[in-house]
Design a protein around this ligand. Sequence first.
Ligand SMILES: [Zn+2]
Length: 70
Amino acid sequence: MICQCGGQLSLKRSDRNGVATLRYAACASCGRCGRWALEVDGRLVSRGETARRVYQDARALEQFIRRARA
Ligand SMILES: [Zn+2]
């Protein structure tokens, strides 16, 4: 995968509480990140900007986890 700047994108992941995982692509050249995907218990629950926002908002993330497990 190639970034808009021409740099190489690498896939990254960040975990929270061993429950929620945010996967994304980061550019080694310009630092731009994108292709956000939020997983709860290994299941995709959100994509894009929403996934990034929810992951960074503890209360919103809690709601997503509750809904995913309902
Ligand atoms: Zn870039």
